[in-house]
Design a protein. Structure first.
Length: 248
């Protein structure tokens, strides 16, 4: 109305970083991979296996995420990391605000496969398990594939971004800000925690840019985004209708 431009939920610096990130991933992995992948949704269609918090259920989820991200399951080791393990203290965490790492990644060596560890307590939350698995498999793709190094300044944010680029962004975006109800003998309430390195606003723009690049004007999969992410996605999509960044 009145010729007002839609307002982006991200800063100009964040917008440019996302767009340059798509260019970098396009050069590394190919735009065809982004345009042709399925956007994975939290439905029985994509995850038909029952989830009972067991290691077998974790394996079923992990195998599906490997398939969706085109990572050969046989070349990656998977382990459940107890919350009290010393590994939790040793490695960089896939988290910004939590009580410890959600997932861990040991890179590939000459005689060992990459190892991905999922924190045991995370098995209570299948959505967060998928998000963590996707992020850690992003490390396998980008780090073990030689496209990024641990010295790359934005290595972790780029690993979050590749989950969007390869169709797993609903899970990582929704898990980036989690509300959980708790209750004990003395009190009850809500706690907030975050997984990953990108804020909801940046995920919203990245998902809108993904849809734009794939020619999806109103994708059905956006219905699965959390309230905040969906709002940021809609605002970004409206802005992108009037502005077409060049990613070539």
């Amino acid at each position: 109305m009145f010729g007002l431009q839609p307002k982006l939920p991200v800063t100009e610096e964040e917008r440019q970083w996302v767009e340059e990130g798509f260019r970098r991933l396009g050069r590394a992995l190919g735009e065809k991979r982004m345009r042709g992948c399925a956007v994975i949704e939290p439905t029985d269609e994509f995850f038909p296996d029952p989830f009972d918090r067991s290691e077998a259920a974790l394996e079923a989820i992990f195998g599906r995420v490997c398939g969706y991200m085109h990572v050969d399951r046989s070349i990656v080791e998977l382990a459940v990391i107890p919350d009290t393990s010393e590994l939790v203290e040793m490695l960089p965490e896939y988290s910004l605000k939590s009580d410890g790492p959600a997932g861990l990644h040991f890179g590939q060596s000459a005689d060992e496969k990459p190892l991905i560890g999922i924190r045991q307590s995370l098995l209570k939350e299948p959505m967060a398990v998928v998000a963590t698995a996707a992020h850690e498999l992003g490390h396998v793709i980008l780090l073990d594939g030689g496209y990024l190094s641990h010295e790359t300044p934005d290595m972790e944010p780029m690993t979050d971004l590749v989950t969007v680029y390869l169709g797993m962004g609903i899970f990582t975006a929704n898990a980036s800000h989690r509300y959980r109800k708790f209750q004990d003998d003395r009190r009850e309430g809500w706690s907030v925690s975050r997984l990953g390195y990108l804020p909801e606003e940046v995920y919203g723009y990245a998902l809108a840019l993904l849809a734009k690049q794939r020619g999806e004007s109103d994708p059905d999969w956006a219905a699965h985004l959390t309230t905040n992410v969906k709002a940021y996605f809609r605002r970004s999509a409206a802005w992108l209708e009037r502005n077409s960044p060049t990613l070539a």
